[in-house]
Design a protein around this ligand. Structure first.
Ligand SMILES: Cc1cc2nc3c(=O)[nH]c(=O)nc-3n(C[C@H](O)[C@H](O)[C@H](O)COP(=O)(O)O)c2cc1C
Length: 413
């Protein structure tokens, strides 16, 4: 299998093609997995198909459909995709539209673990250990070895479904405090068996899931993995463990890593820096308890992080120095200059979420004006919407005056 290995002497341009595993992207931009909230009954809608079609027409090298559960037990939301044979035909319409516009299509494979909701997941959430998750709120069941083997196989099955639907790549979600990250993190993993304790034991599940995904991919489609640089709170996974994980996944043959950080149940703003839209979020929540809880305590419980361009740069560079495999830089990519800098530092590609939510044609704008800067103001209104609605940008789909007033308060204006 041919692989794009990092060559420190070469300084690619954003519009140079790049090879990730068996797949060539027309340029070095990837739309990051960012939950669209456009599924219905766990199936893609025409709106989701057109949404990714628009990103492809807007110039991205590859677009990533977010957060599809590998099994029912891994579901958090009713409007989230679930990888079953029924998704193949509607997802084929999506990949056809993306390919017709010259881009590549990837799908993120996720398992929410202790973030799953019993109502949609069809049973009690499972995780590494039975530790209360305040954010759910859930008290998950600790997985036994047969549960782990089942979820490893579910990753392989989901890759086969993605291939049948015409995807060029999958991205296995091993970050942000979802199931594989709950095993990797010493905070959520208190096991004493071969899946707990040392970092090598904590990452065993991720290794097995990636090995199964690679087997099922048969080198027809690329397997990217989204991994944490740090969980973002004391007692969570830190950079030294992240480097051990990156090296292990390189050994397993992962085609690229997308480097990220944060833990939804403990440090949700670590990945999405900028303002914290708790009033808007409380407003969209349909569960009255959660809505009141977030409105009253959201600002107190969640640590804010100020936005800056390329905020994961220092940690991502440490991983760059530790592995040879292709790495995708993510986090605060907001301009032509930020992209050039990341590529000149040895990252093979960049991934963007909010810049492309604000301007789906950001890459075409960049082609016309190399110094172009994103218009996104990191208010995170888009992220506040996803719990019950779709991820819309308030500039593109203006909210009511009442919601606009809540957003202004969240932004401290
Ligand atoms: C609306 C929204 C939804 C997101 N949903 C996901 C998701 O489903 N899976 C994921 O791995 N990351 C998700 N993220 C995080 C993004 O992929 C990305 O890591 C983060 O926004 C930082 O990148 P950016 O500065 O380019 O926006 C989401 C972000 C936003 C704004």
């Amino acid at each position: 299998m041919m692989k794009t290995e990092h060559d420190p002497d070469r300084r690619p341009s954003v519009f140079d093609p790049v090879k990730i595993g068996p797949v060539t992207l027309r340029n070095r931009t990837i739309r990051a997995a960012a939950f669209e909230g456009m599924g219905r009954d766990h199936l893609p809608t025409q709106e989701l198909v057109d949404f990714h079609g628009a990103l492809a027409k807007g110039g991205v090298g590859m677009t990533t459909v977010a957060y599809a559960a590998v099994e029912q037990r891994g579901l958090s939301f009713g409007h989230q995709l679930w990888m079953r044979p029924e998704v193949v035909a509607p997802l084929r319409a999506l990949t056809d539209q993306v390919h017709a516009a010259g881009a590549r299509a990837s799908i993120q494979l996720a398992h929410c673990g202790n973030m799953a909701h019993a109502k949609v997941a069809g049973g009690r959430p499972q995780s590494a250990s039975a530790r209360f998750n305040l954010y759910g709120p859930t008290l998950p069941q600790a997985m036994d070895e047969s549960d782990i083997a089942r979820v490893v196989e579910a990753h392989a099955d989901a890759v086969s479904i993605a291939r049948d639907a015409g995807f060029d790549a999958v991205e296995v979600h091993a970050g942000h405090g979802y199931l594989l990250s709950q095993f990797a993190s010493p905070w959520t993993n208190r096991r004493t068996d071969r899946y707990g304790g040392s970092v090598h034991n904590r990452i065993r599940f991720a290794r097995e899931a990636i090995a199964a995904a690679k087997r099922a991919a048969r080198d027809d489609i690329a397997v990217l993995v989204k991994t944490n640089l740090r969980d973002g709170f004391e007692g969570g996974m830190e950079l030294d463990d992240a480097i051990v994980l990156a090296r292990a996944l390189e050994e397993e043959g992962a085609d690229a890593l997308v480097l990220t950080g944060g833990f939804v149940s403990r440090a949700p703003m670590y990945v999405m820096r900028g303002s914290m839209p708790t009033r808007v979020m409380a407003d969209v929540m349909t569960d009255p308890m959660l809505s009141v809880g977030i409105a009253l305590f959201g600002q107190m419980l969640v640590k804010p992080y100020a936005y800056e361009s390329r905020y994961f740069r220092a940690d991502a560079l440490a991983v760059r120095a530790a592995v040879k495999m292709p790495l995708v830089y993510l986090g605060g990519v907001d301009s032509g200059a930020a992209i050039d800098e990341a590529l000149s530092e040895g990252f093979e590609a960049v991934a963007m979420a909010r810049a492309l939510i604000r301007e789906p044609d950001f890459v075409n704008k960049l082609a016309r004006e190399r110094g172009y800067r994103s218009l996104c103001d990191h208010c995170n209104y888009c992220a506040a919407q996803i719990y019950t609605k779709k991820a819309s940008c308030h500039y593109l789909e203006p909210p009511t005056d009442r919601v606009r007033a809540l957003l202004r308060k969240d932004m401290g204006r």
